[in-house]
Design a protein around this ligand. Sequence first.
Ligand code: SAH
Length: 452
Amino acid sequence: MRYYIHTFGCQMNVADSERLASALEKLGYQMAERPEQADVLVVNTCVVRQSAEEKAYGWLHMVRPLKERRPDRVVAVMGCLVGVKGNEGLRRAFPWVDVFMPPADPRPLVEFLARRVDEGRAVADLERMVRYALQDEELVLPLSERGRKVTAYVPVVHGCSFGCTFCIIPYRRGPERSRPVGQVVAEVRALAEQGVREVTLLGQIVDRYGKDIPDGPDLADLLRAVHEVEGIQRIRFLTSHPSFMTDRIIEAVAELPKVCEHIEIPVQAGNDEVLARMRRGYTVADYKRVVEKIRRRIPNASIATDIIVGFCGETEEQFMDTYRLVEELEFDVVHIAKYSPRPGTVAWRTMADDVPPEEKERRFRMLEELYERISRRKNEALIGQTVEILVEDRNEKGKWFGRTRNNKLVFFEDGDRDWRGQLVSVRITSAGPWSLQGVPVEPSLEPGRSPR
Ligand code: SAH
């Protein structure tokens, strides 16, 4: 029996799909390479922007003939299109879907399949089977990825209780819930045992980790605990909110050798009025102070940010404030999105989406060009230098690729050796805005002891 999972959206969705895959593997299913070969078809959906939601609908229509050809095939929808509260309209619109699953919760499909395969079984047996399949401490990678997969995502905070006016995520993923340290560590250990070398801890606001637990641990405590797991060489975390980036967290990143010097900290806009309308809870000056603090304590840290252009009421002058902030802070990564009103959010209810689409497009392109210029300049400065990468994978053309500690994509060519999962020093020979090319210069350093 085979399953196929198609994943749209963010890293959290990728992580949720991986956990669903683990549960299906434990029920005895194996990963199929193509949807047509699968007995269980799953789409994990995203609704953060209208365009993402449309892709999910497109996929659901695409699988309809597959279901009609083989009605015993199970079709399931997971993620933010379904939401934690369920979505009755969806059931009516897509009657060929068998199972609807909220984000991060494989249980409905696991129960559906367990009941189907084992109709004669005692209820207690079924319960045991379901419980085993859903146990995170025994997370298993798909057979084809065990010993091969180098990096993995680990959710540490589910949901979000923050109230950014543009954002639909809290409505679909529910309130903030931090996972216990022990559970996260057990999961990371399971991944390490299956060959994973780098983990990225995930949360909508990951630097709020533990704040929903009275006297709970914080992200710094969690980083220290994960740091102890043998076999793991690198640790990352995302996404951080500027208001919760404490000195303790910055200190942990600076001190712990396995924690990479890369911080994803979305600013969203470079103008105080826009930030207030977004209800982000900080000013541009606050944000700059946080970035300065990070850069002072971790001099080679790379800083990634997210920006929304064309938010309700954003004037040309306000957009230019954002533009100038990107120019000034020279972000290492800028994820740019055009504002898309999301039904149910505060902005959708109370503000006019008054920046025309062509204008959003123009602002998007201006920022993208600026970002490309900054990236190109920063990358070209690395030519001739030696960086250390963790090799993740190899493409069809025989190119190996991996990332530096501060998240730059580097590749080199080598048809002979298997470099997967190794820390390799690479001398950079050429650079573009989005990647660097180089040649390996020395054997891998001792794991986990990589110098800064
Ligand atoms: N938790 C993160 C955001 C996660 S959503 C934070 O606090 O910043 C990922 C990104 O999608 C956001 O950073 C934002 O830039 C973008 N985004 C969210 N809602 C959007 C909307 N309605 N329209 C356009 N982009 C949006």
